[in-house]
Ligand binder design. Structure first.
Ligand SMILES: Nc1ncnc2c1ncn2[C@@H]1O[C@H](COP(=O)(O)OP(=O)(O)OP(=O)(O)O)[C@@H](O)[C@H]1O
Length: 398
């Protein structure tokens, strides 16, 4: 009997609806590019006894080819979220779909994923090559092919071929992590789950693996859900970042969005260093909020609508400003300009690419500033002036 061909409009792909496993003409893309590869909708998970909710409500999508990082402090729910996607845990509520398919009840081994956690967890009795080939062996791929593919993946990850026949026991951690990544990627999973694989690495080795992950992501078009506590890593590596705290998604967006336009002071603090100064809103005019800081001076900033609403005249607020947005000069405030504040430099520490300055402002106020090392500054203990571009300061309802 002739097979009925159905054309699916968005990308013109033609396939046989009756036998979807066997494409009639063109290969069926597992997920059309515009559809999310991973969907988490209203996902909830109770914590262990007496701990409250591990995940209160998580709505998150990961598009094909996208690297999304869950960023949050210890206990935020990052690992629980990854374990739910991996199928190690089942949600207490919500929907989880991979490639449009509901995953409820689907065991880990049947999910189209690869997984690497903070420790390589290689099989000690197998060689490096056999470890890397494991997922292919489990899928019944013939030995010659799986060894060739595993060897190629190890090479991509920079594991020297001379190590192929070694057991993992004596491998340095950075190499073992690379073997674990090869094992997770060898079967070309639709989704790579990374639970802080760089967490135990430091210095150049950490930098090198982060750079290789970024390269692999681009070269192989990987779709990745990654978790870390490290804001700088999350911002540098990801297409989008989802900030989790206490089992709640606070904000998801591009790294730049989160850094420059955090939805609340907590997101600001979790995405990088920031000053948070308490105060009261004096007035709101021309799109700017005038704030009398608790330490004395009156300053301006952009009002931001937070979960508690907009800053209101008379209401308590927090003014948030990144340290690198604060200019410091060895001048009086009058000399520096109209919006400058008088301050006193109390600490000046060299921090590599910048100087880390601590300044006293008003009565008991304190502010951090990051300045390039070669700028003229007052000596520690002397008066200074500081200022910032108005748009750099953001005012949130407290
Ligand atoms: N299997 C589980 N079932 C229920 N709750 C869990 C489970 N594992 C962890 N939790 C709880 O979920 C909460 C979040 O833990 P989780 O390990 O996801 O944090 P995390 O953000 O990954 O932290 P870290 O950066 O330290 O790894 C904690 O209260 C934890 O005790």
């Amino acid at each position: 009997m002739a097979q009925r061909l159905v054309s699916f409009g968005t990308d013109g792909t033609v396939f046989n609806r009756g036998t979807p496993r066997h494409p009639a003409k063109l290969p069926v893309p597992a997920t059309p590019a515009a559809l999310p590869l991973l969907v988490m909708e209203g996902i909830r998970k109770e914590g262990r006894r007496g701990e409250g909710q591990a995940l209160a409500w998580l709505d998150l999508q990961v598009m094909r080819g996208e690297m999304v990082t869950l960023l949050g402090p210890a206990g935020a729910g990052k690992s629980v979220a990854l374990d739910l996607v991996a199928g190690f845990l089942e949600p207490d509520g919500g929907r989880l779909l991979i490639k449009g398919e509901k995953q409820a009840g689907v065991p880990t081994w049947r999910r189209d994923i690869g997984l690497v956690s903070g420790t390589p967890d290689l099989f000690p009795e197998m060689t490096v090559l056999a470890n890397a080939a494991f997922a292919l062996e489990a899928r019944g791929v013939a030995r010659a092919e799986r060894e060739e593919r595993a060897g190629a993946m190890l090479e991509r990850l920079g594991v020297p071929p001379s190590l192929s026949a070694e057991r993992p026991a004596g491998l340095p951690l950075p190499i073992a992590m690379r073997v674990a990544l090869a094992r997770a990627l060898v079967h070309e999973p639709a989704l790579l789950l990374l639970d802080d694989p760089l967490g135990a690495l430091a210095g150049e080795e950490r930098e090198a693996l982060a750079a290789d992950l970024a390269r692999l992501h681009r070269a192989l078009g990987l779709t990745v859900l990654h978790a870390t506590r490290d804001a700088a890593l999350a911002l540098a590596l990801s297409d989008r970042v989802a900030v989790l705290e206490g089992g709640t998604l606070r904000q998801a967006g591009t790294p730049r969005d989160l850094y420059e336009r955090p939805a609340d002071p907590l997101v600001a603090a979790l995405t990088g260093p920031c000053n948070r100064l308490g105060g009261r809103v004096v007035s709101m005019e021309d799109g700017l909020c005038r704030v009398r800081l608790d330490c004395g001076p009156t300053v301006e900033g952009l009002p931001v609508t937070g979960p508690e609403g907009s800053p209101r005249p008379g209401g308590r607020c927090l003014l948030v400003i990144r340290p690198e947005a604060v200019a410091v000069a060895p001048l009086s405030a009058e000399e520096m300009g109209e919006d400058a504040l008088p301050a006193r430099l109390v600490e000046n520490r060299f921090a590599g690419g910048h100087l880390r300055l601590r300044l006293e402002v008003g009565e008991g106020g304190e502010l951090l500033a990051h300045r390039p090392p070669d700028l003229a500054l007052p000596a520690v203990g002397e008066d200074a002036a500081l200022a910032w571009a108005l748009a750099a300061a953001r005012v949130y309802p407290a």
